[in-house]
Design a protein around this ligand. Structure first.
Ligand code: SAH
Length: 395
């Protein structure tokens, strides 16, 4: 195994079990490890620090796996980590109300670069590091042993793979290609998922709890679900007795699937309006014609992909939320989210305060939202926390 020597003074974070070592923190590489090889990290004094995946193509040159020198990071090590992550979701899946979730969440489940999502009997994986790519035969075998899925489909995100110097993939890893439409259940609501063509790996299961919480406020209310995708918030609101729900999304496939999902759940299509449009444009159109709502959900895509994009993203979040606030009846509720890891909850609150001032409204924060249990945040890896939201009463 090849030794990687850490620069003096760069030890603090890794001793606290942060799993990333940036290339700038490396003093010396003894030998020529291949990308994805498991190497040994040594401090400036020559002591063992941790084992990790090496990749000289990535800004994160080392992704640490194991801090105990006596533990072999072999096939069994990976099998155990996969099994632990899957076992961590047992409770969530045990009631039968939900059969879709994230089974493995990368660094947060001690497997840097591996994401596995469950869609009933099918799995969608994302392989985002060269180290995990090398271990995939073992990981697939373990997933098959534990879950016996009908298919495993690789739906790796192209831009993340590029950072590691990996080619784009979209291949069947096990079984047949997943069917065009897989029916799943989340909190007893049914969804058709198109694993191959849908966004992300097919579904945004990170909003599971938040959809249910927001639905609790919607009985008899006029609801606007912005960035609806295939209808997570919409379906929960309709099922909970909303008077009407309007869903807005720019994706034709999302809107089409949302309409199918309304039928699938035998919900009243007469109470639903689907609009395929840009949200900002649509909100302005509502404003121009004076249409108001009781509850508005704003769940936009990630506006800040990195810390450097934070200022621009903050302005975009502010403009969006200002518009949302202007479309609420007095005392109405705004459920607003940010899935940008670079924006923390405190900053998001400031952005909302700023939007309220601009809109000439007063806001009370009456609830806070976060990511659910199948997207754990590892205490030594705060970067795993990305989803936050606020429930605001607006007058
Ligand atoms: N709320 C959804 C998830 C939203 S994901 C759920 O519960 O499942 C973000 C969505 O925003 C995607 O469906 C994407 O198609 C849509 N989107 C991105 N930019 C948009 C824009 N400018 N206007 C409208 N929709 C947009």
């Amino acid at each position: 195994m090849i030794d990687i020597i850490l620069k003096k003074g760069k030890e603090k974070a890794v001793l606290q079990r942060h799993p990333w070592v940036f290339s700038g923190a490396i003093e010396h590489v003894k030998g020529k490890p291949a990308n994805g090889d498991i190497v040994k990290l040594i401090n400036a004094k020559g002591d063992f620090v941790a084992y990790g995946f090496y990749n000289d193509q990535s800004r994160v040159a080392l992704r640490l796996l194991e801090w105990d020198e006596s533990v072999a990071v072999d096939e069994d090590w990976f099998r155990h980590k996969v099994a632990d992550a899957v076992a961590g979701r047992n409770e969530l899946l045990s009631t039968g109300a939900t059969n879709t979730c994230r089974l493995i969440f990368s660094e947060s489940d001690y497997l840097p670069g591996l994401i596995v999502d469950k869609y009933a009997d099918h799995l969608a994986v994302q392989v985002l590091t060269s180290g995990i790519e090398k271990m995939m035969p073992v990981i697939i075998d373990e997933l098959q042993r534990l879950l016996n899925p009908k298919s495993i489909f690789d739906k790796s995100d192209a831009s993340s793979r590029q950072h590691e110097g990996l080619e784009t993939t979209n291949v069947v890893l096990l079984g047949d290609a997943p069917p065009e439409s897989v029916e799943v259940k989340e909190n007893n609501i049914l969804y058709n998922i198109n694993i191959a063509e849908g966004q992300k790996s097919g579904f945004y299961c990170d909003q599971r709890d938040n959809r249910r919480i927001v639905a609790g406020y919607t009985k008899g209310k006029k609801v606007l679900d912005c960035f609806s995708y295939t209808g997570g918030f919409t379906l929960n609101a309709l099922q909970n007795g909303a008077a009407s729900v309007t869903s807005v999304d720019s994706s034709a496939l999302a809107i089409e699937t949302l309409k199918e999902n309304i039928k699938l759940n035998k919900l009243d299509a007469g109470k639903h309006t689907a609009i395929q449009s840009d949200v900002n444009k649509q909100l302005r159109a509502f404003k121009d014609c004076g249409e108001l709502f009781d509850i508005i959900v704003l769940d936009p895509p990630k506006y800040a992909p990195s810390r450097s994009a934070l200022d621009r993203a903050a302005r975009a979040y502010k403009d969006l939320n200002r518009l949302g606030m202007l479309l609420l009846n007095s005392g109405g509720l705004l459920a607003t989210y940010s899935c940008s890891g670079a924006m923390d909850l405190e900053t998001f609150k400031q952005v909302i305060a700023w939007a309220a001032l601009d809109a000439g409204k007063q806001v009370q924060f009456i609830n806070q939202f976060c990511q659910p249990e199948d997207h754990p945040v590892r205490s030594s890896f705060p970067e795993g926390e990305y989803l936050k939201g606020l429930l605001c009463r607006v007058v």
